[in-house]
Write a protein that binds this ligand. Structure first.
Ligand code: DCM
Ligand code: DCM
Ligand code: DCM
Ligand code: ZN
Ligand code: ZN
Length: 271
């Protein structure tokens, strides 16, 4: 996701974590405001192109070598690179958070990575190999030229919310409040009961593979419903946008809710 998506996921999570979890992570992240998760949500993107942060550049996605739209699916052994992927990164940084013997700065960084990567797993094109997650697919967006990855990372959510792209924290704060309400008492109230089912703290690979497969399934239905060739050069700001927007809302809501549940499991284990 772009900044808007990541910050929204973090604000949603802060609405659902237990008080003890909040206190634990506010201390680890050294921020006792309501922005303690939102404030670190985009850190991982800010370091991935720096020299010292390069080791983490592949940790944002898993390249599912499937064949949309006829076959979708992620396989950990087939798709996670030797240098790592978002699923192995979840395992590594969750393990670091649980290792009370590590230096605090290491566990602080691990927290920042986990907050970010739970978000990225829920972006369908971060769980797909085709054209480097859609980066090499050129499309039209309200007449300008963009790549498909950027459309799903940012453009759809920004168009859905209207408003000012230069104020992602304000927009994210409001979007998160709406989605939190939708989970607690609105359109997601019933379905959200199952969102955190099957999460196993001792098996972060299996847990995040469930999320990756769910995310990847939208490649076949909503991202590339007619395959990668058919979408090249198409205008996506109309009908395509209308169908994609509900998927993005759902995936951002789920990511926030699951991040809260994952942080609760970690904080409970440590207490
Ligand atoms: N690490 C980090 N920040 C860095 C360098 C490394 O968070 N600037 C993490 C990644 C690894 C661990 O520390 O989990 C060891 O990294 P390395 O293999 O680079 O020593
Ligand atoms: N890791 C990695 N690439 C790096 C550094 C670390 O993929 N450059 C992953 C592999 C390790 C995990 O992070 O399983 C924890 O690393 P460390 O033990 O160095 O903290
Ligand atoms: N990306 C992805 N899958 C890939 C390559 C990249 O999901 N196989 C993501 C990471 C960034 C965006 O695409 O969100 C741009 O990546 P880069 O700048 O590495 O091309
Ligand atoms: Zn992306
Ligand atoms: Zn990312």
């Amino acid at each position: 996701w772009g900044s808007l998506g990541h910050i929204t996921v973090a604000y949603i999570a802060s609405h659902f974590v237990k008080d003890t979890t909040m206190t634990y992570f506010q201390e680890l992240l050294r921020n006792d405001t309501e922005h303690y998760l939102a404030g670190v949500a985009t850190w991982a993107d800010s370091i991935r192109y720096t020299r010292w942060g390069r080791f983490s550049k592949d940790f944002h996605f898993i390249d599912a070598k499937d064949a949309p739209p006829s076959y979708c699916g992620v396989d950990f052994d087939r798709d996670c690179k030797a240098d790592g992927c978002v699923v192995s990164a979840m395992a590594n940084y969750t393990a670091q958070l649980l290792d009370a013997g590590l230096w605090p700065w290491r566990r602080n960084q691990a927290a920042k990575f986990v907050v970010h990567f739970v978000g990225d797993i829920h972006q369908p094109l971060h769980a797909e190999n085709v054209a480097q997650g859609g980066n090499a697919i050129h499309v039209k967006w309200d007449s300008s030229e963009l790549n498909l990855h950027h459309v799903w990372d940012s453009s759809i959510a920004e168009k859905m919310l209207g408003g000012n792209r230069r104020k992602p924290y304000d927009a994210a704060f409001k979007w998160a409040a709406n989605l939190t309400e939708a989970i607690k008492s609105g359109k997601y109230q019933a379905s959200s009961k199952s969102w955190a089912e099957g999460m196993i703290l001792d098996n972060p690979i299996a847990t995040s593979m469930v999320w990756a497969n769910e995310s990847n399934s939208y490649i076949c239905t909503h991202v590339l419903p007619e395959g990668p060739e058919a979408i090249v050069g198409e205008e996506l700001g109309g009908e395509y946008f209308e169908k994609a927007a509900p998927v993005i809302e759902l995936q951002v809501a789920k990511a926030g809710y699951r991040l809260a549940a994952w942080l609760d499991l970690i904080a409970d284990r440590l207490s």
